[in-house]
Design a protein around this ligand. Structure first.
Ligand SMILES: [Zn+2]
Length: 499
């Protein structure tokens, strides 16, 4: 070893040689660390691409997070994803199935055809900065409380990594990204399914930002979203109430009857409503009032019976208040169809990728977020763990997703990665804060890696695709015929802006 003093005494030529040697050793150490171990299937191509592209996708997810656009008007968010995919060699079809913000991006040719779902709509009223305390960026503004900013970006990053692999290995296969707008109530995927956009797709891979890492085995609930509009007659509420007929009375009568019937429906059913229009002033008998209902059940056959009953209650409410009622199906989704074959493949890949590891700054942020929960038993380390694969679970209530309709048309598997702080509630300000930070980015990069490894496994092991399809056919049954819960309605493009 040269001491500092002796190094100073070395002539210029010698100095240059030593500096060069140090530089070579540093650069080779870095490339050793950055390069993934070569795998037999060449999957390191996809993983290396994602490791090198973290800053690109961090920037992209934060741009969409800032846009926080609502369902069917998520124009800039959709454009940002399409631009990224187009620049990476995908062919884009936009404005699909009557939805200006829907798109299908395709790369490659031949079978199997693998589809990845991407969402990018935000939620109203959830504006929030990336800080661990309540601080809206815009009072009453929208925010990514469901983390769809990282959802769309993780899906696109995964597809581009898969494209790198298809291109470099010259493997046969097609990768498609389905840009599916308005998941939060608009049901973009249902229109895509109805228009046949998923025809010819062999397998669909789906993810969602979560508080942990695991494959979804829960089949969720089927849902029907219905607006009941009541029409009465306006009159001075004190001067000539006898000349008026209150549309709000119609709404309240319906709500009252539903609150009675709730006791007599299967306990896993869920019925909830809000009144977006209840009149304008107490001294005017409301001529118009509207109530929005979400009706859910783990089985769509039971859901259909519930909807019939509530429709009858609406007719009764109109009759009893001498008003008129009009029903509008805003949206409707199937419950999910599970696929064990695909769940097992995906579980292995999720275990290979592992959980999300926080740096000191992210850990401090997450600890502050956890202090804002009511529960005291939240385990931060769960972000790093991958849950063991559970058994298929029929929901007892719970949420719904338009992924349901996709899953009854193509074998589908869903998983989550820790893009939120463990333990946080869905649709919360805490989720908006985490999803817009590097925690969200780490979650989406992990998701993109899981997509890559799963797709590569399916491209190179065609028997798995066959088994998944056989299982799908068996679960669906020979007599299954898809009929969307939307009827023939066109996409409710104004559902977020309707007054
Ligand atoms: Zn969501």
């Amino acid at each position: 070893m040269y001491s500092y003093v002796s190094l100073l005494k070395i002539n210029q030529k010698m100095k240059k040689i030593i500096i060069l040697a140090i530089m070579i050793s540093i650069s080779s150490a870095f490339s050793f660390a950055a390069k993934t171990k070569q795998a037999k299937d060449g999957s390191e191509i996809a993983i290396d691409y994602l490791n090198k592209s973290v800053s690109v996708y961090d920037k992209l997810q934060k741009s969409i997070w800032r846009e926080a656009e609502l369902g069917f008007i998520e124009t800039n968010s959709s454009n940002l994803l399409q631009k990224q995919l187009k620049e990476n060699g995908f062919t884009i079809e936009s404005g699909v199935a009557g939805m200006p913000t829907a798109f299908v991006a395709t790369y490659g040719s031949g079978c199997p055809v693998i589809g990845i779902l991407a969402e990018y709509d935000a939620l109203p009223g959830l504006s929030q900065d990336t800080v661990p305390f309540v601080k809206p960026l815009v009072i009453g503004g929208s925010g990514h409380g469901c983390g769809h900013n990282v959802f769309g970006v993780g899906s696109s990053a995964g597809a581009i990594a898969i494209k790198q692999w298809l291109e470099q290995t010259k493997h046969v296969g097609t990768i498609k990204v389905f840009g599916t707008p308005a998941e939060e109530g608009g049901g973009g995927k249902v229109y895509l399914v109805r228009e046949g956009a998923f025809k010819g797709v062999d397998v669909v891979l789906d993810w969602h930002p979560a508080g942990g890492n695991g494959v979804s085995t829960d089949t969720g609930t089927a849902i029907q979203m219905i607006d009941y509009s009541f029409y009465g007659k306006a009159a001075h509420a004190a001067g000539s109430p006898d000349k008026g007929r209150s549309a709000l009375d119609g709404v309240e009568s319906l709500d009252y009857m539903v609150n009675m019937l709730r006791e007599h429906v299967p306990s896993s059913s869920r019925i909830h409503y809000v009144i977006p229009n209840g009149g304008d002033a107490p001294n005017v008998v409301p001529a118009y009032a509207r109530v929005s209902y979400y009706i859910r059940s783990p089985k769509r056959e039971i859901l259909k019976n519930l909807v019939t009953w509530i429709n009858q209650a609406a007719e009764g409410a109109a009759l009893g208040t001498q008003t008129k009622v009009k029903e509008e199906i805003v949206s409707g989704f199937y419950e999910k169809l599970y696929n064990k074959t695909l769940a097992e493949v995906l579980q292995k890949k999720l275990e290979t990728v592992g959980g999300v590891v926080y740096n000191d700054r992210e850990k401090a942020f997450a600890e502050e977020i956890i202090k804002t929960y009511n529960e005291k038993d939240t385990i931060l380390a769960n972000a790093q763990k991958v849950k063991a694969l559970g058994v298929e679970k029929v929901s007892q209530g719970g949420g719904s997703s338009d992924v349901g309709d996709v899953s009854w048309n193509v074998p589908t598997v869903s998983f989550g990665t820790a893009a939120f702080v463990p333990g946080s509630a869905g649709h919360s300000w805490q989720n908006v804060a985490a999803a817009g930070s590097t925690i969200g980015t780490k979650g989406l990069i992990n998701a993109a890696k899981v997509f890559s490894l799963t797709a590569i496994e399916l491209y190179t092991n065609l028997n798995l695709v066959k088994l998944a399809t056989q299982e799908f056919d068996k679960r669906r049954g020979p007599d299954f015929k898809y009929e969307s819960l939307l009827g023939n309605r066109a996409p409710a493009l104004d559902y977020r802006v309707k007054k």
